[in-house]
Design a protein. Sequence first.
Length: 257
Amino acid sequence: MNNFNNPAEISQCMVDGCNKKAKLSIGKMLLLGIFAGMFIGFGAYGFTLITSGAGTGFEATFAKFIGASVFPVGLMLVVLCGAELFTGNNLMTLSVLKKEITVGAMLRNWGVVWVANLIGAVLLAFLMSKSGLYNEAMTAKAIGIAEAKVAIPLVAVIIRAIFCNILVVLAVWMAAGSRDIIGKIFAIWFPIMLFVLSGFEHSVANMFYLPMGLFVGANITWAQIFINNILPVTLGNIIGGAAIIPFVYYFCYLKKS
């Protein structure tokens, strides 16, 4: 027996999983969403830790690669341990297209999970800011990340967010294709490492990065955090993860001829 699912089998597996997500209670969505926000925050913390001591040139590029290699632990925790992540849940449009859940049920999940991810990520950032773990180099790195993210032009940030969630939902997609834990880990690692290394924008990761920078002294405001970054990034993530990938795969693998 093969230890992986083919694309058609993955498609149906994703629909079944999305149907279950739509039926979760608000309480479970909140708790699992808070966990997901914290899990992604742990990956973001690891990235900051590794890249904070790098210099310039090749050293900085190599440090970014190592940091990007650590970041995927966040999605591994979400997928393998069980949590509700807004960007991954964008795949729920598959179930809507198959008419197995309603648009209202999907939006209910997205709204609750997005807020819960925000709570988890900001809570982790606040606790980290009080932990004493952010030395001078890490503080400077956290501030630099936050200030750079709020300065990205609107069109550019949306494009980066589209590319980001294409890779994130494909990581979730490939993980569903594997029937063993090692296969799932590798399926998650490559696309997530690539999106971080490429500098793409992930709304939930930024729910950690931006408040973290603010808490340790970045010259930004909560208004800038949401208006300049998190809200447009959320829109871009939806385009990439809820429209482009699900619509194509629905047409190719799930739509009845």
